[in-house]
Design a protein. Sequence first.
Length: 239
Amino acid sequence: MSEQMIWYMFAGNGRGEEELDAIAKVFNDIGLQITKSEDPEDLRLSISEVEPVLLLADLGEVGTWEGWKIISAVRDEGMILPVMVISEELSGNGAVAAFLAGGNDFMTKPLHTGEFKCRILNLLTLTGRRRNLKHLLKVDGLMLDPSRRLVTREGIELKMTHKEFDLLYYLAANRGIICSREEILKQVWGYQFHADTNVVDVYIRHIRLKIDKGYRNKLIHTVRGTGYVMRVPEGSTTS
């Protein structure tokens, strides 16, 4: 089952359909079910009913938003509620207003969806809300089912160790985004290895032999001097 998040959209904001679709797709990819709200009282009711893992606040004037009082109240009652603010306000003024009011992150619109997704995932991780977000992933014939820790490509089951699956899932969930070795160590292993360790490179070699060998479309690519990225060939299907 998807985790619930609330997307508060200030009624006075003009929004293009492409922007709305792009934001919704990010949350769908992460595995978050969206509850939308445009009214502070509706927001209060939604928070009491769904206990969201995240609140995305799409605001006009960040510092004067009435919703900050609601957020402060539910936090006083013990709810952990990370808040990501997006706005057309200039990044300096808007960010300062957001953080002073109780926000946890801020981005200026128009959004870069790759950065937006990374910031959301980071926010969920830092606040301990990213526990049950894994869901079925499909990338160009590759399928990962976290409930059974099952990996197949073109219907053929591929045997993976526990850590190989975690690493492959991380790359697939962040497809198209360059993942540094340091970030992979933090997100997949959960702690920092010594800087000169090659454990990521070793595991990547093992995974490549299992999912890419013999296939025309290679999914895992090296970004020299940085890390790795899963790239989906143009025209391929993902979900």
